[in-house]
Design a protein around this ligand. Structure first.
Ligand code: BES
Ligand code: ZN
Length: 641
């Protein structure tokens, strides 16, 4: 997959992990962050005590205030007390103003005002909100906790775009990005993937705006500024999502459609016209789609990710509107999360490979089924090359799919970029050993067995052993599986993917660089965008500015409408200080806020020995239009934080 592999090539930490600074902190707030020694099923990224009390349902009632850039209202948590000795509830928050807290028993009219306090701020985790049970409040099982609150204009999950940063230019637009631990910046809650909740919400927006959520969006609902949502399937908190703006809908198929601003509606519907077929194919391969509709929300270029698998409504960056459908593996990826991630979820962030590695595997399966083996193999090879580059710089203890320990001290999601291809190739390796006729039913059985659950790598391994390894003995041993899961690098018996077209691009790049061979000798007109990316990536470090000018004139990289190409290109331009392309490079950094597209370019400028000050100037010019998560990632890449 193109974008994923590129992520990996330049170290995915900037894109997907460590969205907030790896913390060096002495003080860890008032609450312990977890048991010692390390327990892989404990979530060290949350203050919530989900073993003592657990949320079952969330009811939100919020106003979307564009002027003050905040959400304001209340969250009612329907909770179940598991520990009879419990006298308080601890929730996660980040930059929330808490106005008051009430508790009540289900169905009873009486509300009890509860005292509360916010603990010390942890640099990564935010502040624990501790709500005490009032004297005499002693629920046997279920109870409700209502917190009135407002989010901060700087909420780490939320971006508030002024009209000038939208496609239409007339209305503001806001959206959330909750994964991994940012839901707590817009809802006080148990922000851990270990706890699954159903939810409902009432949202109020200005009259001419439309709000959508990771829930049952009704395309026909009147645009009147008040919207109701239900999410009847239990989801982890990182899948809570909201967006509001001048959003309109167009159907793509029976159960699929696209929401976006009017200016992008036609292009989006064209680019993603294959979504219904993808959904149908995914059901055929992976088992029933249990979520109802599958829609896309196409967001402005400021969206910090390529895509986010918010259930029923994937959030997608408009930067993949290439005009030729060449970047739709992103949709395959986010759709596949409906099984790997949303149906079966990592219990803690240490096990994110269960979400992302498995999804990358399914994504490649979908791409192969829908677009053929050659295209899927091109994307596999880019992933493989990226993985190899990552393995050069990632410390060995983080090269395991399931590292022995992952703690907030290591950052928000340390080294997780590696987990995408390594997890994918682990599953592909087993698929090859057992054959698809055995492996496919195994995967379907796995999704079924753990549906609506949050699991650890150890749960996966037990299931794998019982239902595949031991079921067909003598093919692939538990020790071999453990080497992938707990060991560094890639086991020697793995056969790397190959792609003839990418090999040709690599040869062309080398010949061009070393012998100044004429590019007309290769049939570059027929090359896929993936092959063009590989050409750029395969150019040696000592390529001259003159040669880059020739390549640019031949391929038109600087003016390409394909962001996978411009990302690779401008990174190379910065590494090699090809100044003729700097104006286009600057336009690229001003236009996109997607981390994957901008962070490697900033880093290359900062590290080329000359342009560190330019990188800082460009960041100062552009940071106002970047999402808080992107701001943090760029600042770290250029060393201003
Ligand atoms: N769930 C991820 C995004 C994510 C991961 C956000 C971890 C925060 C923490 C999403 O599915 C994803 O992987 N997006 C990739 C695209 C993918 C095709 C590699 C992206 O945004 O580039
Ligand atoms: Zn993903």
């Amino acid at each position: 997959m193109l974008m994923k592999s590129m992520t990996l090539t330049n170290g995915a930490a900037f894109l997907l992990g460590a969205a907030l600074a790896p913390a060096t902190f002495a003080q860890v707030g008032t609450m312990p962050t977890g048991p010692e020694p390390y327990e892989p099923h404990h979530d060290y990224y949350s203050f919530a005590e989900t073993g003592r009390v657990v949320t079952k349902h969330l009811a939100l009632d919020l106003s979307v205030d564009f002027e003050r850039r905040r959400l304001e209202g209340s969250a009612t948590l329907h909770m179940r007390r598991l520990d009879p000795a419990l006298t308080r509830v601890v929730l996660d928050t980040r930059d929330l103003s808490i106005l008051d807290a009430h508790v009540s028993l289900p169905g009873a009219g009486q509300q009890w005002r509860a005292t509360f306090h916010l603990g010390n701020r942890h640099p990564l985790l935010g502040r624990p909100l501790v709500v005490e049970f009032p004297a005499g409040f002693d629920p046997e099982g279920d109870f409700e906790l209502t917190v009135s609150y407002a989010s901060s204009p700087d909420a780490s999950a939320l971006q508030w775009l002024p009209p000038s940063l939208t496609a239409g230019g007339e209305h503001p637009l806001m959206f959330s990005q909750s994964q991994a631990i940012h839901a707590r910046s817009w809802v006080p809650l148990q922000d851990s993937p270990a706890a699954r909740i159903t939810y409902e919400a009432t949202l109020r927006t200005p009259d001419d705006m439309r709000a959508v959520m990771s829930a049952d969006n009704d395309p026909d609902t009147p645009r009147d500024g008040e919207y109701h949502f239900e999410m009847p399937q239990p989801i982890p908190s990182y899948l809570l999502a909201i967006a509001a703006g001048d959003l309109h809908f167009e159907a793509l198929g029976e159960d699929t459609g696209v929401y976006t601003e009017p200016a992008l509606l036609e292009a989006s519907a064209w680019e993603f016209a294959g979504t219904q077929d993808m959904l149908d194919m995914a059901e055929k391969r992976f088992g029933p789609y249990d979520w109802g509709r599958y829609d896309l929300l196409i967001l402005p270029p400021a969206f910090p990710y390529g895509g986010m698998e918010n259930p029923r409504l994937s959030f997608i960056t408009s930067s993949v509107l290439a005009g030729d459908r060449s970047l739709v593996s992103l949709i395959a990826h986010e759709l596949a999360h409906s099984w790997s991630g949303n149906l079966v979820t990592n219990r803690t962030w240490r096990d994110i490979w269960l979400n992302e590695g498995t999804t990358s595997y399914l994504e490649a399966r979908l791409m192969e089924a829908l677009y053929g083996q050659d295209r899927a193999d091109e994307e596999r090879v880019l992933s493989w090359l990226g993985l190899k580059a990552d393995l050069e710089r990632v410390p060995t203890h983080f090269q395991a799919l399931a590292p022995a320990k992952v703690l907030p001290e290591d950052g928000e999601s340390p080294q997780q970029g590696m987990q995408y291809p390594k997890g994918q190739f682990f599953l592909e390796h087993m698929e090859r050993q057992f054959g698809r006729n055995r492996f496919d039913p195994f995967m379907q059985g796995y999704f079924k067995a753990f549906s609506w659950q949050s699991i650890t790598t150890e749960d996966f391994l037990e299931y794998l052993d019982e239902n595949l390894l031991s079921a067909y003995p003598g093919i692939f041993s538990r020790a071999q599986a453990e080497a992938w899961l707990y060991g560094p690098g890639i086991p020697d018996d793995f056969e790397p993917p190959v792609s003839k077209t990418l090999e040709a691009a690599t040869r062309a790049a080398r010949g061009f660089a070393s012998d100044n061979a004429d590019l007309a000798e290769w049939d570059t007109g027929s090359w896929s965008p993936q092959a063009r990316v590989q050409f750029i990536e395969a150019l040696p470090a000592d390529i001259t500015a003159g040669q880059l000018a020739t390549a640019d004139a031949h391929f038109g990289f600087s003016d390409s409408g394909n962001v996978a190409i411009t990302r690779a290109w401008f990174t190379r331009v910065a590494q090699s200080r090809f100044e003729a392309a700097y104006p286009a490079l600057k336009a690229h950094l001003a236009r996109y806020g997607r981390m994957y597209l901008v962070v490697p370019v900033y880093r290359a400028l900062a590290e080329n020995g000359v342009d560190a000050a330019l990188a800082r100037d460009l960041f100062a010019q552009n940071r106002g239009s970047y999402h808080p998560i992107t701001r943090g990632a760029v600042a770290r890449a250029i060393g201003t934080q």
